[in-house]
Design a protein around this ligand. Structure first.
Ligand code: NAP
Ligand code: MG
Length: 402
């Protein structure tokens, strides 16, 4: 059997610790036997980032912009402990943050659904994808404590020095607190475009919700920007794809989501997305079954697993012990990226291979063979918890038969 050939290279971002170990296994056992892999390789492992003063991260993001699709392994975001462990020159920033800033992208988290692992909300039979606007609001706030008797105002000074003032509160009765937040039309517009692009790519409807009834200027601006961009740039494409965009109040969105069967993308403001993504991820079960895609407003895609480098397992592995680390989200990062590459380059065989890789993975779990984290959740009677190598071996076997 001849291997599937690729046209444009896929940007490959390698990473750290246990996920780096699994990365290599996935390539060797599940991909390279079938695909003549053409990747532009960037080593985002912490050592290489330190060696290159983190230029490698920037270069990998630039390459993603150039080629359009990347697949990324989980990476360490350094903290004080990592400074010593890796003898770092500097506490390098989170690669995900750097890449997101360069691509101006939005992160979409989507769970993988398998039989036997039922979400805490049993009606959620299809995935719910959360999109979080990752700019501004309380994450870039200015806060002050206010003494009793003081008066707090918002002042906006325009470029000519003219001031516009509005009273926040007269604190004559009690001391208190104030907070100033902002957002940018440009950032909201990028967020909206990324959301609409992703909905088209996934063939799923998208909701956006805020609190515009209370926040008549701030949240309302989000609602208006989404509506304007949808009407002028996406409505026709959505009609053609048979999907919809709809706006509702955040309270209503929460009520609807709980009653829904899933199968939607839910776009959230920064804080809502922070909270709701944790809630939805927990409800679906395992971190090892959560994928993550970063999409820029002009349709550049970077696929990864939502979890980290699984450090605790890595230290066991270093001591020569076997671990039962879940590779599923990382496999789906690869299948997602290869399918997207296949779509963009018109290589149906590559899309077909990506489908089969996912089918073999899900089929293996549904046959009862899975890693420990999944076995702890699965309701299958014949389930068996296995080491990562055995699990990958079982997927490889199944893939061969497809
Ligand atoms: P983590 O790597 O996601 O692991 C947290 C715990 O969740 C693990 O100890 C493990 O629990 C469980 N877990 C996560 N993924 C799993 C998998 N695939 N299979 C089995 N169990 C899994 O998060 P962390 O320990 O907070 O962070 C470790 C490193 O990852 C940090 O350096 C952090 O900066 C980095 N990180 C990177 C990304 C990214 O690149 N996108 C995201 C998050 C964190 P048990 O130990 O109980 O088995
Ligand atoms: Mg959170």
């Amino acid at each position: 059997m001849s291997k599937i050939t690729m046209k444009t290279p896929l940007v490959e971002m390698d990473g750290d610790e246990m996920t780096r170990v699994i990365w290599k296994m996935i390539k060797e056992q599940l991909i390279e036997p079938y695909v003549e892999l053409k990747t532009e390789y960037y080593d985002l492992g912490l050592e290489k980032r330190n060696e290159t003063d983190d230029r490698i991260t920037v270069e990998s993001a630039e390459a993603t912009k150039k080629y359009g699709v990347a697949v990324k392994c989980a990476t360490i975001t350094p903290n004080a402990a990592r400074m010593d462990e890796y003898k770092l020159k500097q506490m390098w920033k989170s690669p995900n943050g750097t890449i997101r800033a360069i691509l101006d992208g939005t992160v979409f988290r989507k769970p993988i659904i398998v039989k036997g692992i039922t979400p805490f909300i049993p009606t959620w039979t299809k995935p719910i994808t959360i999109a979080r606007h990752a700019y501004g609001d309380i994450y870039k706030n200015t806060e002050l404590k206010v003494p009793e008797g003081a008066k707090a105002e918002i002042v906006v000074t325009d470029r000519y020095g003219n001031e516009t003032r509005a009273l926040i509160h007269d604190f004559s009765g009690s001391a208190g607190i104030v907070q100033g937040v902002h957002n940018l039309d440009r950032s909201i517009a990028s967020f909206a475009r990324s959301c609409f692009e992703f909905a088209l790519s996934e063939h799923e409807s998208i909701w956006f919700a805020s609190k515009d009834t209370i926040s008549k200027t701030y949240d309302h601006r989000f609602k208006d920007i989404f509506a304007e961009i949808f009407e002028s740039e996406y409505k026709a494409k959505f009609d053609e794809a048979g999907i919809e965009y709809f706006y509702t109040l955040i309270d209503d969105a929460v009520a609807r989501i709980i009653r829904s069967e899933g199968g939607v993308i839910w776009a959230c403001k920064n804080y809502d997305g922070d909270v709701m993504s944790d809630m939805v991820a927990t409800a679906y079960g395992s971190l090892g079954l959560m994928t993550s895609v970063l999409i820029s407003p002009d349709g550049v895609y970077e696929y990864e697993a939502a979890h980290g480098t699984v450090q605790r397992h890595y230290y066991k592995w270093l001591k020569g012990e076997k671990t039962s680390t879940n590779p599923v989200a990382t496999i789906f990062a690869w299948s997602g990226a290869l399918r997207k590459r296949g779509e963009l380059d018109d290589i149906p065989a590559l899309c077909d291979y990506a489908d089969k890789l996912e089918k073999a993975t899900v089929g293996t779990i549904e046959s009862g063979i899975m890693t420990g984290d999944m076995a702890a959740l699965s309701k299958l009677e014949n389930k068996r918890s296995v080491y990562t190598e055995e699990f990958l071996g079982a997927i490889a076997e199944r893939l061969k038969n497809l």
